[in-house]
Design a protein around this ligand. Structure first.
Ligand SMILES: [Cu+2]
Length: 72
């Protein structure tokens, strides 16, 4: 599993958190998802053999939470 932290500036509240975790949790290859609301970041684990980081970014963009940059 790879670990990544994404900067998602549109995160503002618990609703955002639920939308994001809901969009990602059932995606094959995505492990744990953590949303840091004050930090406006999404931290997740994924298996690059099953899902690409580009695909994760696409899913977030489709959920109206575009990724500004990769933090770590
Ligand atoms: Cu919100």
């Amino acid at each position: 599993m790879k670990h990544v932290v994404l900067n998602v500036p549109d995160i503002s509240c618990g609703h955002c958190e639920r939308t994001i975790t809901g969009a990602l949790k059932d995606v094959p290859g995505v492990g744990s998802v953590r949303v840091d609301i004050p930090g406006k970041q999404v931290e997740l684990e994924y298996d690059p053999g099953q899902v690409s980081l580009d695909r994760v970014k696409e899913i977030l963009a489709e959920a109206d939470y575009p990724v500004e940059s990769v933090a770590a």
